[in-house]
Design a protein around this ligand. Structure first.
Ligand SMILES: [Mn+2]
Length: 339
């Protein structure tokens, strides 16, 4: 990895037009790793740097930084970059339409991927992938240290990086933490990362509409027979009635849904943007590998947390399909365990 970090520097120095991109439905980790990188490049080099994503910066993260860095309308063909760097994406599909509509540019350009997902398929020319890292922000910190640019870290940058780590580890709940995660977080506090600002804004300032949305969903717990599978469905009406969007479900899944003591698998199905429906799964017992399940529907992610999305289908039709497939998957997992 050290070698690749050096190679990245060479690539950046050789390039004139650099495009930064992160995955669809960007989360704090994808967002801040990109924003941070953009700022550092701006400070060090005089290059033409642009950043894009299919959507605008997430509203709920704007408390830290009001940015116009990510431009969803950027015309990649016209910009014609000679280097593309992707953040926090496990494969091209995660770049969504930006990749689909600009394949030619992606094919002819040097491509770098910076990521930490186990599911990463090492898809590009230069892969800076560390699956032992909790987050892309953690990797970014390594890059910075290797390049000896630590001196550029100020309180703002430290706060951004710490936000990526806190959200991707679910406030240090998840099993993706390591001694290094704590070590880096501690260093970020030395750099005056504003820990309380992150916690208050991300976890302690829920608009009332969001609570009403959660309430509506929680009230309608569903179960698959006696299979220890709990699930919830959030159709578009729920969001319209409470003035919320699917982004308001961010912490809800792990804070509430995935904590039911009798459940072995939980999932939530919700209407996302445009005509997409998303299904998000959590396995609460090691033997149920939900990434394997999500794969049936062309989804992926992690054995304990996985998802897929489907276009142009009614949410309740997908519900029936999932339940049917889940019953098979459940007995398959039980049998696999017995072998
Ligand atoms: Mn991440």
């Amino acid at each position: 990895m050290k070698e690749n970090i050096e190679k990245l520097k060479e690539l950046i120095e050789k390039s004139e037009k650099i495009l930064l991109i992160n995955h669809v439905n960007m989360d704090a980790d994808a967002f801040w790793s990109l924003i941070w990188f953009y700022n550092i490049l701006e400070k060090i080099y005089s290059k033409n740097i642009k950043a894009t994503n299919v959507s605008n910066s997430p509203e709920r993260l704007k408390f830290l930084w009001f940015d116009k860095i990510i431009d969803p309308n950027l015309d990649i063909k016209e910009f014609d970059p000679d280097l593309i760097i992707s953040f926090d994406a496990a494969d091209e599909k995660r770049l969504w339409e930006k990749y689909e509509d600009n394949k030619k540019n992606f094919k002819k350009t040097k491509l770098v991927v910076i990521d930490h997902h186990i599911s990463n398929i090492w898809f590009w020319d230069l892969n800076i992938i560390d699956t032992n890292s909790s987050s892309t922000c953690e990797i970014i910190f390594d890059i910075l240290k290797n390049w000896k640019y630590d001196y550029l870290i100020d309180s703002d940058i430290a706060t951004l990086l710490l936000t990526g780590i806190i959200t991707d580890t679910n406030s240090f709940y998840n099993s993706n933490i390591s001694p290094k995660t704590f070590e880096i977080s501690s260093k970020l506090l030395d750099y005056k990362a504003r820990h309380q600002e992150i916690i208050i804004n991300l976890f302690k300032k829920n608009p009332f509409g969001r609570i009403k949305l959660w309430w509506k969903i929680l009230e309608n717990l569903k179960q698959v027979d006696n299979w220890n599978i709990a699930f919830w469905v959030a159709p578009r009406e729920y969001f319209l009635e409470t003035w919320t969007t699917y982004e308001d479900l961010d912490i809800f899944i792990d804070e509430f849904l995935a904590t039911i003591d009798w459940a072995k698998i939980v999932f939530i199905l919700y209407d996302m943007w445009k005509d997409w429906v998303k299904a998000s799964f959590r396995s609460l017992e090691m033997k149920y590998n939900v990434a394997e399940f999500a794969w049936i529907f062309w989804g992926w992610w992690h054995p304990q947390a996985a998802w897929f999305s489907v276009k142009n289908k009614w949410i309740y039709d997908i519900e029936s399909e999932i339940i049917l497939a889940l019953k098979n998957f459940f007995s398959y997992s039980e049998k696999k365990q017995l072998k």
